[in-house]
Write a protein that binds this ligand. Structure first.
Ligand code: AMP
Length: 426
């Protein structure tokens, strides 16, 4: 029986993988400029971490986690997101003892038992940033700016920044009560999930995707009128800084985000190109998370961006990313005597940073040339018995079919000269 990858997971192969590498390079470049350093956390964590931080009543914890017991009976979970892991790592590695804030970014796979569809997978990749250790609203703005600048650099234009504040535990209490009172009159119209949310976590009703729930949500009381003085001022400052950086944003009172740990600023960046799975990037402030994970009260903010969705949005916008990289040169050999010298020549060319390869299947010269053509080789270096005897190689320019015989010792130099500045520029 042929084995297949589990549902909702997939292999990423060339020429797609080159696009991933290109995006990852861009991401690292922007993170460097914004003075973030990378963190790599384990893919498995104790289940309790997500139950406590993401929240018992969230879809992620209730329905979407890959949770299992290891052989020693420990409950472990494949991480559904990496903010909780980052907060755990912040505490476990005493990062609070370093100069604050700590600015971290990650790129890696996340796992959610979601219903697979275009732009939604069970193993998907997120790039995310986290700033832990400051409440400064300028940081909220900078985190949003990083995403906005990355998108602009990639050429994505049709994006909207949706912004909201969901306050702090103090102001949320009063709002939650008000919202519950309002929802009580509309329970019949809500989906079964939202009826449960009404009991456990009424804010979540606001971002339900079901049309009937959305209609109810549209007329719900807005959080903005319930924000406490501190939260209101914080939100005003974030918006002022965004305007001063010419970032266009839309206030979206229904944006509450699905995770329990969010406070104050929440945001999403959505692409009009993406249809149903429009959110490319989502994030917010989580001033209670570190404490929830067992540390001192420590504010934080971050976002996570879905790599598959970003690629989809780029594709839909007609933005071409680099694909498979062609070969600089291919070594065509004939006969066993040519093998050792060919390996040496390959080695020398690689020392000059060229991408080169040879035949390993003992194919005919014609078949080797065909292969080189498929691999888009710029040059083929032919090393047959005749050439070997005379201590020369034949260099064939694939674009024109021109061939030139050069002494063996000059082969590398000749190819480098023919490549012009290309090799040095790599
Ligand atoms: P979240 O952690 O749910 O806020 O998600 C942050 C971002 O990750 C979303 O905006 C999506 O771009 C991406 N994302 C979330 N879930 C999935 C999924 N199942 N498949 C692909 N991308 C996802």
């Amino acid at each position: 029986m042929l084995m297949t990858a589990p549902r909702g997971t997939r292999d990423i192969l060339s020429p797609e993988v080159e696009k991933w590498q290109y995006l990852e390079e861009k991401i690292r470049k922007h993170c460097r400029r914004y003075a973030f350093s990378e963190i790599r956390t384990p893919i498995i964590e104790h289940t309790e971490l997500f139950q406590r931080s993401v929240g018992e009543t969230t879809d992620i914890v209730q329905k979407e986690m890959y949770t299992f017991q290891d052989r020693a009976g420990r409950w472990l979970t494949l991480r559904p997101e990496a903010t909780a892991s980052t907060a755990r790592a912040y505490l476990e590695n005493n990062l609070f003892a370093q100069p604050q804030p700590v600015k971290l970014y990650y790129i890696g796979p996340m796992f959610r038992y979601d219903r697979p569809q275009a732009g939604r997978y069970r193993q998907f990749y997120q790039f995310g940033v986290e700033v832990i250790g400051t409440q400064d609203p300028a940081v909220d703005t900078e985190v949003i700016l990083l995403a906005v600048h990355l998108f602009a650099d990639l050429g994505l234009r049709d994006l909207e920044v949706h912004l909201n504040s969901i306050g702090c535990p103090q102001c949320r209490g009063a709002y939650r009560q008000e919202l519950r009172d309002y929802l009580a009159g509309h329970l019949e119209e809500l989906c079964p999930d939202c009826r449960a949310r009404y009991e456990q976590n009424p804010l979540r009703v606001l971002d339900c995707k079901q049309e009937r729930c959305r209609q109810v949500a549209r007329k719900a009381p807005e959080f903005s009128s319930y924000l406490c003085e501190e939260c209101r001022e914080h939100f005003q400052l974030v918006q002022g800084y965004l305007r001063s950086m010419d970032v266009k944003y839309q206030l979206n009172p229904n944006l509450v985000r699905g995770l329990d740990y969010y406070t104050k600023t929440v945001f999403e960046i959505v692409s009009r190109e993406l249809g149903a799975q429009a959110a490319i990037c989502g994030g917010g402030r989580y001033d209670g998370l570190v404490e929830e994970c067992g540390g001192q009260p420590t504010p934080g903010i971050g976002f996570a961006l879905g790599m598959e969705r970003l690629l989809l949005a780029l594709d839909n916008a007609g933005i071409k990313l680099p694909g498979r990289e062609p070969l600089d040169a291919f070594l065509a050999t004939i006969g066993s005597e040519a093998q050792a010298p060919a390996l040496k020549l390959l080695y020398q060319l690689r020392q000059h940073n060229l991408r080169v390869d040879k035949d390993y299947l003992g194919r005919s010269l014609k078949a080797q040339l065909k292969y080189a053509d498929k691999k888009e080789a710029r040059f083929v270096v032919i090393l047959g018995e005749g050439e070997l005897k005379r201590n020369v190689v034949l260099i064939r320019k694939m674009a024109t079919g021109e061939q030139e015989e050069v002494p063996w010792e000059q082969a590398v130099e000749k190819i480098l000269a023919e490549m012009g500045g290309v090799a040095d520029g790599k």
